[in-house]
Design a protein around this ligand. Sequence first.
Ligand code: SF4
Length: 278
Amino acid sequence: MSEDRTAAPPAESRPDLRADCSNCFGLCCVALPFAASADFAVGKEAGKPCKNLQADFRCGIHTRLRQEGFQGCTVYDCFGAGQQVSQVTFGGRDWRQAPETSRQMFEVFPVVRQLHELLWYLTEALTLPAARPVHADLRGALDDTERLTRQSADDLAGLDVAAHRGRVNELLLRTSELHRATAGRKAKDHRGADLIGARLRKADLRGANLRGAYLIAADLTGADLRGADLIGADFRDARIGGADLTGSIFLTQAQLNAAKGDAATRLPAALTRPAHWS
Ligand code: SF4
């Protein structure tokens, strides 16, 4: 299966959908809650700054996150929502300078993050030749979603983002069907499947539907995932050494960062090999 695309994938064509921490007020490190766990050495409530967040909104342990027990931070991606909310929605006024804005800023950030994630998938969908029959609809959904990201903070806070997500998801599902059909085989449907710890070494998963599948700690060593739909699949600690992910769709850098690959893992063109892989 080839990885032919009609346009550059989002990583190249949409740098605004990549996190730019230098233009963000550390929103993911303040707005979001996390519980003490294997992913976070300590927990914190939503709206409270992480103890490692510095005055300049940089992370004080950025280069040592995994060693310090904060590997959860290395697998989070805001898809550029942080800089959008900081610089556009709130016009560059941060929550320390203007604490009266903080509650709404932290409320709006997860909403914009969902919209930016949709923009990422829609941009990728528009690069897929097999999805041509739905390109016009995808383009319309992309424009609608862009427009929503430019709304005021009040409008974003009141947005029914779940309903918008549901509408876009229907299009992404259709895109997935069209793309996976190019695998030329009837692949098994693993949508939302519990594959935690599954032994899938060298499995033939070409064109498989793995949307939202739980692949935590699964052994996918040498598996063939070409053309598979991997949207929302949980790859934490999944072993993907030597696996072939070329031509798979809707895989994000954060999912990849959470997995355990190696130099032989073959990646979609838009993604980069995580530095912590062997
Ligand atoms: S450890 Fe660093 S990256 Fe993680 S939440 Fe705290 S400040 Fe942010």
